[in-house]
Design a protein around this ligand. Structure first.
Ligand SMILES: Nc1nc2c(ncn2[C@@H]2O[C@@H]3COP(=O)(O)O[C@H]4[C@@H](O)[C@H](n5cnc6c(=O)[nH]c(N)nc65)O[C@@H]4COP(=O)(O)O[C@H]3[C@H]2O)c(=O)[nH]1
Length: 946
């Protein structure tokens, strides 16, 4: 048995151990004392009895010897005459006889003898009359007399003839050495004495230590034995009385024995020695047994304490192992059960806490579904699980099923809604159903997985069931009441999570998707592009970015209105989306700009081929007309393509370069796609330089207005001029407006520049007025962006007031597409200008989608035929026909007509024949600086022939 003393460090163990020892020692010691006492008294009694018995034996033996001596004396008496050899004088009363064994001497005393006088006769031989009867009966008389320093004198007397006492008395002096003897078995420490009736010692085995007076007094008492015990505890004393009266006519002798107590109790001493061994042995045994028992009790206790500490440290997977078969084992079982319960509750709380965290962090409903399916078993045990989303925009219900084989992937099934079940669930917190009844569709997948019992938990958001958590059980008994309670709590948390997620999803959707087309927006595109680039970098693969811009979308938008434009964008988006794979991204990043992101493989040739194929499909997808409000609309797209890593490594670079490529595609005739190249990139850089230069140009006075005369067709008189902007770049020289005006529009710089143009044109007009050319009308181009300014009218009024020129001298040229953008507003603004007296022209007429019905409402004075029609007048009958039609149309609407780009005599003549009112073109003059224009004015009417 191995005893681990370490556990005695435990206070309980120590207390129990010492209690064990004390409770063992007290009875053992008490018992020992009692037993010792009992044994001592028993042994003492036994010793007394032994002493008494020995005394008796000794006394009887003494009596036997006396009787034997008496017999010898009697024999001598009967044979006195024949056998006795007499010594002494016949006349003398004394005669000594032969001395038999046992006597010192035997003498015959005649009647007249006097013991006091007779030599050698013991005084004791003198008998008194009191013994006469006894002697007369033929019996002997025994007499004793103490002697100094010697054993007492003991004599035995008998009449020689009882009928004739005068014949003499036989007197024998007994040899004390014969009569008294020390028994061989007599212990040296034992004192044996024979006392005469006067308690005088007749014999002592140790003559030097005769009985003390107290001892002698004690033996006189009736119950000497007990008295002796109390008399002297150190010595045991016992006496026995030998009655001699009947035989020897003398009072009794006392046989006396004393024994030191320590000698008498030697066996008790041995017994005490045994106790000395027995008590420590008992303690040792008790200690061992108690330690064993304590250990048996304490080890489970310690394990239980360890178990409790583990529970407090949240370690639940190490159960307490106690196999003591007693209450400790039962307690350990209870503790283990408690640990399991706490573990489960903590697991539940932690899962619940996770759901709470999801509320704050998860944006996607699908993520919540995934986590609920994966972790709900930690809250509520079940065999199968599914979640049905009921509140979806779609008609069908979506049921997500956890399938162990799919790991994290969710298995999704769609099925029609079952209103009956929905109604049944509405009134319940939960529903327990078994497969004995007809199951609703969402439970069929769980039934297929072997479930026969189902717990349905509606997830209610704003009093609407938005989801149902279905738990399946393959066998009875199914969920406990506690499980159901937990499951309901869980469903409530899921409801909160789903509410949050759907709100987050809404926000996310608004932030990441284009509300018009439902396609990802610029932000989302950037996210996906960054992800795609990271992946491509990892996998050394390609990414292609297709920047799509719809050709002439503005025209459609302007002519048919915003709503139609929106419809067009939506349809275009749908067509594009159908062309790309789900893993690719088609996004609308603004206006009519779409971007397609394609994740490619690692082979460059294949990537280029695939990208080209997709770009081709996009171009062809727009060949079919779009159906917008019962109209067939044709549109096309220009696509710029940039590829990672060759055309850029960042999202910004790729977007910028794809955009550049798109511009290139537009520049070379639209409706095509172009890959980005370094050359294009250089162009883009130049564009950027130009933009920066434009921002500084106004302040630096680098702008200048040129004026191109507008000439009356019939007379050649200069009616006015079109002010055309020129940029005198310090390094590049004169930059063409075709290069920088679109950039000004894109950057918004056209607003301050436009203001400067109006002001400068007005000031120049004022100048010419002062020079005497007071009827000139100076035309200023109003770009669409300028035209959309809410304070345009105010600014124009201010300029007119500041310069003081007549509004009739100012003309605004508005492009056809610019005027169509927001028709009602355009009409209102133009009306205001017209009322002010300002002249209005529609520029580039014939190139846009003018609506004739609107045209008649336009407060316009002049239509300006686009120079593209004029250019081909001599070669294209169609263009000539268009020019004729425009002139006729304008006149029928009571507008005047001006043709621009007139370069030849033929043009002039044709236009003259057709009744075109005014001419503008190189035929008369290119745009010239103001001072050159003044010279033209000074020269008078322009010659109508070369
Ligand atoms: N080939 C040829 N061209 C002729 C002939 N007659 C005139 N032109 C050119 O035709 C353009 C007419 O101006 P636009 O159609 O308004 O087209 C203008 C206009 O849209 C824009 N622009 C020019 N100046 C301004 C301005 O001050 N404001 C605004 N918003 N746009 C301007 O830049 C465009 C180009 O201006 P420019 O280079 O000055 O080019 C001018 C002019 O120089 C001709 O007989 N043959």
């Amino acid at each position: 048995m191995k005893i681990e003393m370490e556990f005695l460090r435990s206070r309980v163990a120590r207390r129990v151990f010492f209690l064990f020892i004390v409770s063992a020692l007290v009875p053992v010691i008490s018992l020992s004392i009692l037993a010792y006492d009992q044994i001592v008294s028993l042994l003492t009694e036994q010793r007394y009895e032994q002493l008494r018995q020995s005394n008796k034996e000794y006394g009887l033996a003494l009596l036997d010897r006396l009787l034997l001596l008496d017999k010898q004396l009697d024999w001598m008496r009967t044979h006195a005459d024949s056998s006795m050899s007499m010594t002494g004088d016949e006349a003398h009363p004394w005669r000594l006889l032969d001395t038999p064994h046992g006597f010192e001497r035997v003498s015959l005393l005649t009647e007249h003898a006097d013991s006091g006088t007779a030599p050698g006769i013991d005084p004791l031989a003198v008998f008194t009359a009191e013994h006469t009867d006894h002697l007369a009966a033929g019996k002997a008389v025994l007499r004793t007399q103490p002697r100094h320093d010697r054993l007492p004198l003991i004599t035995l007397a008998r009449w020689l003839d009882t009928r004739h006492p005068e014949r003499g008395t036989l007197i024998g002096t007994i040899d004390p050495d014969y009569l008294f003897w020390a028994p061989q078995a007599l212990d040296q420490k034992t004192q044996l004495c024979v006392l005469d009736p006067s308690s005088r010692p007749l014999f002592c085995s140790d003559p030097s230590q005769p009985p003390s007076p107290e001892q002698l007094r004690a033996i006189d008492r009736p119950n000497a034995q007990e008295q002796d015990i109390h008399l002297d505890k150190a010595i045991l004393v016992m006496s026995w009385r030998l009655f001699l009266k009947p035989d020897f006519d003398i009072s009794e002798w006392t046989i006396f024995r004393s024994l030191p107590r320590n000698v008498a109790l030697v066996p008790v001493k041995r017994f005490g020695t045994i106790f000395i061994f027995v008590i420590p042995l008992t303690i040792a045994v008790v200690a061992l047994l108690s330690l064993h028992q304590i250990r048996k009790s304490l080890i489970p206790l310690e394990r239980l304490m360890d178990g409790v500490q583990r529970i407090s440290s949240r370690v639940f997977d190490q159960p307490v192992r106690v196999e003591s078969g007693d209450e400790f084992e039962a307690l350990a079982h209870s503790l283990n059960r408690m640990a399991v319960t706490i573990d489960r509750q903590i697991g539940t709380l932690s899962t619940m806490a996770d759901i709470d965290r999801l509320i704050l962090s998860t944006l996607k409903i699908e993520d919540i579904v995934r986590i609920v399916l994966a972790r709900m078993h930690e809250v509520v045990p079940h065999d199968r699980i599914a979640i049905t989303l009921t509140a979806t925009d779609e008609k069908d219900l979506k049921t997500y099923i956890r399938d162990e084989r799919l790991r994290d992937e969710l298995s999704l099934e769609r099925h029609p809604a079952s209103p009956a079940w929905h109604r049944r669930l509405e009134a319940q917190k939960y529903l327990l159903v078994s497969d004995h009844e007809a199951l609703p569709e969402p439970l069929i997948p769980l039934q297929r997985q072997g479930a026969s019992l189902f717990l349905l938990l509606p997830v209610v958001i704003k009093k609407e069931i938005s989801a149902v958590i279905s738990l399946g059980y393959t066998q009875a008994p199914g969920p406990s009441n506690e499980d159901i309670q937990l499951a309901c709590d869980f469903a409530n948390r899921v409801a909160v999570a789903l509410t949050n997620a759907s709100w987050e999803e809404q926000l996310y959707y608004m932030a990441h998707y284009d509300t018009l087309t439902g396609l990802p927006n610029r932000l989302m595109l950037r996210d996906r592009l960054n992800l795609a680039l990271a992946r491509a970098e990892r996998e050394h693969s390609f990414v292609a970015l297709l920047f799509i811009d719809l050709d002439r979308f503005k025209t459609v938008n302007d002519s048919l209105g915003h709503l139609s434009g929106d419809l067009l964008l939506r349809q275009v988006g749908e067509r594009f989306a159908s062309l790309v794979r789900t893993e690719d991204t088609i996004s609308r990043i603004g206006g009519d700009e779409f971007v397609v992101l394609i994740q490619q493989g690692a082979n460059p040739k294949e990537s280029v081929a695939l990208t080209s194929a997709i770009a081709g499909k996009i171009i062809r997808a727009l060949e079919r007309p779009l159906q917008i409000n019962d109209r067939e609309i044709f549109t096309s797209a220009s696509i710029g393509i940039a590829c990672y890593p060759t055309d850029g490594e960042t999202a910004n670079d790729l977007l910028k370069n794809a955009d550049t490529a798109m511009y290139h595609a537009k520049a070379i005739g639209k409706n095509n796609y172009q890959f980005y190249s370094k050359v294009l990139n250089a162009e883009a850089t130049e564009r950027l330089d130009m933009e920066n230069g434009l921002r500084r140009a106004l302040a630096r006075g680098e702008f200048e207005l040129y004026y191109q005369p507008k000439v009356a067709t019939r007379t050649g008189r200069i009616l006015g001029a079109e002010a055309l902007l020129r940029w005198n770049h310090p390094e590049r020289g004169r930059v063409s407006p075709a290069q920088f005006i679109p950039l000004c529009e894109e950057t918004g710089l056209i607003i301050p520049i436009g203001d400067w143009i109006i002001r400068t044109a007005c000031l120049q007009t004022l100048d010419w007025n002062r020079q005497g050319y007071a009827d000139l009308r100076i035309a200023v181009n109003l770009s669409p962006l300028q035209f959309r300014q809410p304070d345009l009218v105010i600014k124009v009024v201010e300029t007119l007031e500041n310069t003081g020129i007549d509004p009739a001298q100012l003309e605004f040229e508005v492009t056809e597409s610019g005027a169509m953008e927001d028709m009602e507003k355009t009409i209102r603004t133009l009306n205001t200008f017209k009322e002010m007296g300002i002249h209005i022209s529609i520029d580039d007429f014939g190139t846009g989608h003018s609506s004739l019905s609107y045209l008649k409402r336009f407060p316009v004075h002049t239509l300006k035929i686009d120079q593209s029609f004029i250019r081909n007048l001599s070669t294209s009958d169609k263009d000539a026909a268009i020019v004729c039609s425009i002139i006729t149309l304008a006149h029928s609407l009571e507008f005047s007509v001006i043709a621009e780009g007139v370069e030849t005599q033929e043009h002039l003549e044709f236009l003259g024949r057709q009744g075109c009112d005014e001419i503008q073109g190189y035929f008369f003059s290119p745009p010239v600086p103001s001072h050159d224009f003044t010279r033209l004015l000074q020269q008078g009417p322009m010659p109508l022939t070369t």
